[in-house]
Design a protein around this ligand. Sequence first.
Ligand code: NAD
Length: 352
Amino acid sequence: MKKKLAIIGCGGIGTYHLGHFLGFTDIIELAGFCDLIPERAESFVQKAGSGKAYTDYLEMYDEVKPDMVFICIPPYCHGEIEFETIRRGIPFFVEKPLALDLDLARRIRDAAAEKNLITASGFQCRYSKLVPPNMEFCKNNEIIFIDCTRIGGVPGVFWWKDKDLSGGQIVEQTIHQFDIIRYVFGEPEEVCTYGTRGFVKGIPDYNTDDCSVTIVKFKNGTIGTISTGDYAKTGNSFDSKIIFSAADKRAELKILGTFEVFGEKPAEPAPEKEGFVIKGDGALGEATGDSILYREEGDAGILCDRTFIEAVISGDGSKIRSPYSDAFKSVAFTMACNESMATGKPVKVELE
Ligand SMILES: NC(=O)c1ccc[n+]([C@@H]2O[C@H](COP(=O)([O-])OP(=O)(O)OC[C@H]3O[C@@H](n4cnc5c(N)ncnc54)[C@H](O)[C@@H]3O)[C@@H](O)[C@H]2O)c1
């Protein structure tokens, strides 16, 4: 018999997952859809061509008895649903950023671990084809500096622009960048973050940071900056990427886009200029060797979702790249930035 899958939260990201599930009906039954807004749950039944719509997840759990659930609710709504899901022993996939209270996320993590439940989180970028070459690059080179930037606009969902509901851009959005840096490179130790407001205008009830810059001290001594802003009106505002810089090479990751390595094919050195500052901006002579470019193919989210579903079916969670316990650490990383921004002081990242 096929395993029964349920979704709680039939909004934007729920729709993304449902699109994947439509291709998995060989192994799962799309059995239950729950949203506080009945039309959203009903529309999922229509799209799935199966299952039943609910506005109360408890009623759905009682009737459908799902074998797994995708929890796709906004950041400020977590807690009760996870504890009830764990109490019933249902393996769950929960969207980032897990929760807006680190202690709550820690209690959910521990309760799920106590029940030995298979869990996963919405860090689909970990399943990108660009991750293996990026990991290789970080393993084979001494990375001294990481420079990460994500500059975008203000998303349309009502809760996003209120930091109390979304956690702010670092926690809600740029957590993907924080997470991928942890995954391909290593763990942070301490952060120091400054934020600014007053540049984004004309959005009613807007109450969050327009831009922030974080300095990260990693456990191995590498230093980095992670900058993020929601002030951009067009893509001309900034070319967002993560740069991993070694003494003789660098790699640039555009998450789910491209990964480019500079310096792997060595340039002919210009002997008379080598080692000297030759430009007004302090840069050394430009390498002329070709870069190596990798391009993303397909949707990493399909593999992310399928990996969790197959783990539940087989009972083996070892291929899940972002279980709750690990995702917790990325939440802790971003929460430390918020704390630093609020207090004006450096903050140790509580990874445990
Ligand atoms: N992994 C990713 O790349 C990615 C992308 C977008 C959003 N997200 C995350 O997904 C989450 C949801 O974002 P969204 O854009 O889909 O939001 P959304 O507002 O579009 O959808 C959330 C839905 O959850 C419903 N909901 C809230 N509480 C509920 C409850 N108790 N029971 C049933 N339904 C409930 C709401 O009615 C709403 O329809 C956020 O945490 C966001 O960070 C992840």
